[in-house]
Design a protein around this ligand. Structure first.
Ligand code: FES
Ligand code: FES
Length: 184
């Protein structure tokens, strides 16, 4: 690491609704500031080069890779991790839907999945299944079928918008099931 990256910088951010002031190495990534400096270990680390999405965090309303983001860039930013999102109740419906739809097994990917899903639903009120797949394609899960994850996100998006979706099995709405039954 060069001297420039060893130099330290004062940083002020809002993390999970609380003002935080700390001094960090200029080159430290957001995920390390959260996990190592602030003890917020809910956001996970996987590949550490922007591929798996395990470290996804909500920064100023957008889903951001914590392992690619230099914390020093985030002066004044509002950061939400899975801890704050859980305590505030902001993702309670998503968490419930993930459980109901069996959209997690070991849970390692889940904090990142929830952060990505939250940002998507807030940006695109009722995203199509195709849009959900596209948006979530940067979040890898090694043990759950993605269909259940898409189901859970779609269910919450529609519920928040006052719509309902009934699925007789993963990936199939009641209407699709009826149509399928007619042709089967
Ligand atoms: S740990 Fe950040 S994308 Fe994999
Ligand atoms: S639930 Fe195990 S990696 Fe996704």
């Amino acid at each position: 690491m060069t001297q420039t990256f060893r130099d330290r910088i004062d940083l002020e951010m809002t993390v999970n609704g609380e003002a935080v002031e700390l001094t960090v190495p200029v080159g430290r990534h957001l995920i390390d500031v959260l996990r190592l400096d602030l003890g917020l270990t809910g956001s996970h680390v996987g590949c550490e080069h922007g591929v798996c999405g395990a470290c996804t965090i909500v920064v100023d309303g957008a889903a951001v890779r914590g392992c690619l983001t230099i914390a020093a860039q985030l002066q004044g930013s509002k950061i939400w991790t899975v801890e704050g999102l859980t305590e505030s109740g902001a993702i309670a419906d998503l968490q419930k839907a993930f459980v109901e739809r069996n959209a997690l097994q070991c849970g390692y990917c889940t904090p990142g999945m929830l952060a990505s899903a939250k940002a998507l639903i807030e940006a695109d009120r009722v995203p199509s299944r195709e849009t959900i797949r596209e948006h979530m394609s940067g979040n890898y899960c090694r043990c759950t079928g993605y269909e259940a994850i898409v189901d859970a996100i779609e269910m919450v998006a529609k519920a928040r918008a006052g719509e309902t979706v009934t699925r007789s099995r993963a990936g199939e709405t009641a209407a699709e099931a009826r149509d399928g039954a007619r042709t089967r």
